[in-house]
Ligand binder design. Sequence first.
Ligand code: GLA
Length: 741
Amino acid sequence: MSIVFHEEKKIFHLYNEKISYIMMVLKNGHMGQLYFGKRIHDREDFSYLVENYSRPMGSYVFEGEKDLSLEHVKLEYGVYGSSDYRQPAVEVLQENGSCISDFQYQNFSIEAGKPKLEGLPATYTEDDKEAETLIITLKDNLTGLVLKLCYTIFSEKGIIARNAHFCNTGKESLCLTTAMSLCLDLPDYDYEWIQFSGAWARERYPKVRRLEQGIQSVGSMRGHSSHEHNPFVILKRPHTDEFHGEAIGFSLIYSGNFLAQAEVDTHGTTRMLMGIHPFGFKWKMEAGETFQTPEAVMVYTDEGLNDMSQIFHKLYQKRLARGYWRDKTRPILINNWEATYFDFTEERIVEIAGKAKECGVELFVLDDGWFGKRSSDRAGLGDWVANKDRLPNGISGLADKVSRLGMKFGLWFEPEMVNKDSDLYRKHPDWILQTPGRKNSHGRFQYVLDFSRKEVVDAIFSMMDELLSNAKISYIKWDMNRSITECFSTALPADRQGEVFHRYILGVYDLYERLTSKFPEVLFESCASGGGRFDPGILYYAPQGWASDDSDAVERLKIQYGTSYCYPISSIGSHVSVSPNHQINRSTPLYTRANVAYFGTFGYELDLNKLTQEEQEQVKEQISFMKKYRELLQYGTFYRLSSPFESNITAWMTVSEDRKTAIVGWYRVMNQVNGCYTRLRLQGLQEELEYEIEGSGRSLYGDELMNLGLLTSDPTSGQPEEGEFPGCDFDSRIYILRAKK
Ligand code: GLA
């Protein structure tokens, strides 16, 4: 890995074995983008890549010359207003009303490793040899606004992490109205754009479309990254598939309002922008003040989408997630939400926990309803003290009982919210986000606490601190169940209201940081009505997230498949729930529910006492299976093999680091009478090794399994012999492959 500067032509070349990223200082002092893609030879002069023929209707930078129009060059951080007509990476409103800036190259520095981003989640290095960071300093001389563009190249794989930092060194006050984390101009538009979109209970479905002249974008203006769109998009070549071809993944490490956008201009170049959504964003910078954008990560591969995903998985597992739980397999948990909803007593909880312990579950999680006057979703949020009517021994008493059963204890919180019917709201009605004189919309009867205010975050921290310090709590489910409306902080002046959305998220990060620092061994699981804030920002604090409120196994195939494009299996919260399912009323076999949930953190969301004896025995087997294989399931190399969006069969697999053990998950949604012969071509095995397929009495070489495939036809479907299983809808199988010694 290297960052080279060619002095004469002022060209920067960042490269490792996989990629090259090349830029140069243009004739007018702006940073020009020259290349991002597969590694190429270094050379002194790449300036031939600046194509700036004069064009009709062009606007030119230098008087009397027609050789530089910003519209026709590729830029590192485009500015609107001076001959570049594309959407800008940055816009600065000045006291005289002008929005034009002119960021001139000043100098650069190179640091080993990767500097920390103050107050924001970001990827990190543990050893300086893992990455190198280039910081390019530019300045708008008229206003004194200094811009630092930071690029980290990791020593392995095609990863570049970027962010921008601003400092107002001038005298006037400035207002940032756009400040993207990345801007990347690509020389053509022969791409398909993949976004990950959906809704509550059907999050992160991949949606593919060809890039075309004009703008295509996704984003959130809801105050959280949202169920609707994820801050992750892919540009791939049209022929690229899971195993071959070029793709670039763009991921924003941020949990608030975001924009991801591709603009194809009239000459067929593509500008990618990613960062905080400019809509509703207005950040005031008095003289001397600074602003730091979130980090964006770009991953390039020419080996298909699975390779791109595996790069993200490893990076986010090992160099975004942190702390005690980062490398550990996750406890098998039981959560009482779908078992009881708000209707429980201590006795009932202990009964559920007792049976779970008997089946091998390791952690009991008490969900919503344990605090304040929370007997429904109309009251109690904000009062983080145990409801003594339900829990006469308080949280510490219940936690002791659960721990005496031999299990860990976990607790649900929704720290950012308040019901009007709560002591907290009665005491501090001004602590919510609300616009003076306007009606305030509610969501699930709750209001959003103003986390842009330190005293609000302090108060919530002290309530949570009290509980965590006095009860044996090993896990927290941090929920967030509504989007933000009437966004206004009564603590900020008029000219800083455009900062509230971002300051709110900084407050969320601050609370996470304080809690994870003080209680490093507590496992945090994020949740936002399921997957409404399943993003890399939160992953920095909470190494796992409840992927969706939809716990139906068939629905989960799509949700978990889509989620796996960016996020590691160890981060995907997945449970076995009751059948018929509570969200979609579908009945599925218990084994299929487990076969889907194994590819995640794994747990149960039901009362095991209500299962038959036979089902309870199945649950015991499932749990011992998960305990045996969870290291491989959660940390192995994951491959998507067959997509639920394209086929009746979903299949995926995970392979151990030494490529000697693999687990394949195979799922058929609808049964087929007298069905087709089917095979599944596997991935990631060693060609020359012979693998035993557990339970089949058969061993096959890696090259057989990868080239001609694993035979998955169902011999009994149609006319089963006496005693044979005819197959069923929502069927599934797990194949375990082990290399022979
Ligand atoms: C949200 C979560 C659920 C559950 C409920 C409790 O909907 O996504 O898992 O915790 O809140 O109110």
